[in-house]
Design a protein around this ligand. Structure first.
Ligand code: NDP
Length: 488
């Protein structure tokens, strides 16, 4: 029996806090169905405690020199790196993602965000605007208390991607993880305290959507940053608007990956695999509509199927495993239903399409990596975000056609282009409606580069200097050097 029970459900004001009156949250290991922890959803009293602590800590934190804030964040990055093995195992238990992924892509990505924003904290300054003798100076000030709300696919990374820029700018944060993956953010809270952050600066409260909604409605909150689906984004954005709060929305996608006939096929196949099967397909920016130019489609699909057939599906704690289970049984059911719809609407199933057989898969939420060929634009699987290991191949003729089809979606999170023609690559990317584009690769999201969506996929940007704009506000100060003239 695996046990990942934390000391208590919430982390507030520098310590673990429990309130058993909150409804139970069962934390289940997706590979076996075992309960690994039981937590409790935050009650109004817990929410109040977290926000009060954040309000107090924020003032103390904002009064520090920025370079001191940066030191705390960089120390937290070092602690995460030192504890990567343990944090990755916890992340695997929490999400079901293979350990070979979590060891490189979760806590370590979080550490990079803390290091990056720790490094630039001291460089967050205003400007001087000369006006003859008079002048204006600007100050980049923190917003105050930020609420972070996370999805379940990258719980630790999401917590760090939100906390790092927020704290670097002098804000405090109350973070609510997805109730499906509540454990990783608690570790970040512990680590920030160990790194020297004041108690109350980063608090974690657990709960379902109602807890997120309760946080957003509170007058003490100045900003909400959500990673989640478009329907939740709509609700959260609307609730934030009531209080004129700042928002960052990192929402879903149905991103195109366009492969022209002159592309390096082996690289394009690798990208299509990464863009659909990494994290068992549970990635917002995945290139789930793989547009392949007519003359190479058959060859591309044959190679894609041949390589994907070799994927090792299994126990996520086994270092050899490449594809783990889906996060929950409900998510697997949702994905299997999409696969059935794909078949019913006439897509040609060329790999997978079901559940792997055998004792070792019996208790987990496993699903075979699935590839459909002959997918057309109007099919459900080409229009809706599936959030599972389901790849759709769509054939196209020429450049104008594929751009129009790639853009014919409400989403605009990401896009990829494979071609050896450098002019075409830039020409196509310039016309794609997506916040993040890749040329001859896919799904690389270094902290140095802005990340976020256009259209329904989101508002604002995470990572890079751009995130600073979203966690701070400008104060403009006019300084008069002469006398004041008045009409009377
Ligand atoms: P959801 O939208 O269901 O939930 C996101 C978070 O919002 C959860 O913590 C959820 O709590 C909370 N929530 C739900 N309703 C409300 C509400 N009314 N007010 C406040 N908070 C609320 O997303 P999933 O967790 O299912 O994650 C998958 C989605 O996330 C996909 O669409 C994916 O594309 C997107 N995503 C986007 C990323 C990006 O960077 N653009 C990255 C990763 C994922 P609860 O869990 O209790 O419902």
């Amino acid at each position: 029996m695996r046990n990942a029970q934390p000391q208590a459900s919430h982390f507030i004001d520098g310590q673990y806090v429990e309130d058993l009156a909150g409804s139970e949250i069962n934390c289940v290991y997706a590979a076996t169905g075992e309960t690994i922890a039981v937590l409790h959803s935050a009650t109004p009293g817990i929410i109040d405690k977290a926000l009060s602590a954040a309000v107090r800590a924020q003032k103390q934190w904002a009064a520090l020199r920025p370079v001191e804030r940066g030191q705390v964040l960089r120390r937290a990055a070092d602690i995460i790196r030192a504890r990567n093995q343990e944090l990755s195992e916890l992340e695997t238990l929490d999400t079901g993602k293979p350990i070979q992924e979590t060891l490189v892509a979760d806590a370590l990505s979080g550490a990079e965000a803390l290091e990056y924003f720790g490094g630039i904290a001291a460089g967050i300054t205003g400007q001087t605007v000369p006006l003859g003798e008079d002048f204006v100076y600007t100050m980049r000030e923190p917003l105050g208390v930020c609420v972070g709300i996370g999805a379940w696919n990258y719980p630790t990374q999401i917590a760090c991607w939100k906390a790092a820029p927020a704290l670097a700018c002098g804000n405090a944060m109350v973070f609510k993880p997805s109730e499906m993956t509540p454990l990783g953010a608690l570790k970040l809270a512990e680590i920030l305290i160990e790194a020297g952050a004041p108690a109350g600066l980063f608090n974690v409260v657990q709960g379902y959507g109602d807890v997120g909604a309760g946080l957003i409605a509170d007058k003490r909150v100045d900003k909400v940053s959500l990673t989640g689906s478009v329907p939740t984004g709509r609700k959260v954005y609307a609730a934030a608007a009531e209080g004129m709060r700042h928002v960052t929305m990192e929402l879903g996608g149905k991103s195109p990956l366009i492969i022209f006939e002159d592309a390096d096929i082996e690289n394009a196949v690798s990208a299509a695999i990464n863009a659909n099967f990494y994290s068992t397909g549970q990635i917002c920016s995945n290139g789930t509509r793989v547009f392949v130019q007519r003359d190479i489609r058959a060859k591309f699909v044959a190679r894609l199927v041949e390589r994907s057939r070799q994927a090792v599906v299994g126990d996520p704690l086994d270092p050899e495993t490449q594809i783990g289970p889906m996060v929950t049984a409900a998510q697997r059911e949702k994905v299997l239903a999409y696969i059935e719809t794909g078949k019913a609407e006439g897509a040609q199933l060329v790999l997978g399409g079901g559940v792997p057989q055998g004792d070792r898969y019996a208790q987990g939420n496993y699903i075979d990596p699935t590839i459909f060929d002959g997918v057309t634009d109007e099919m459900t699987i080409a229009r809706e975000e599936i959030f599972g290991p389901v790849l759709s191949v769509l054939e196209f003729g020429d450049e104008d056609e594929v751009i129009a089809r790639a853009n014919a979606t409400e989403f605009g999170l990401a896009a990829g282009v494979f071609t050896r023609d450098i002019k075409r690559a830039h020409r196509v990317v310039a016309r794609l409606e997506a916040g993040t584009c890749w040329i001859n690769t896919y799904n690389l999201t270094p902290v140095e580069a802005p990340f976020g969506g256009v259209k329904m996929s989101g508002v604002g940007r995470e990572n890079s200097r751009a995130a600073i704009e979203h966690y701070s506000q400008l104060k403009s100060v006019y300084v008069a050097m002469g006398d004041v003239e008045a009409p009377f």
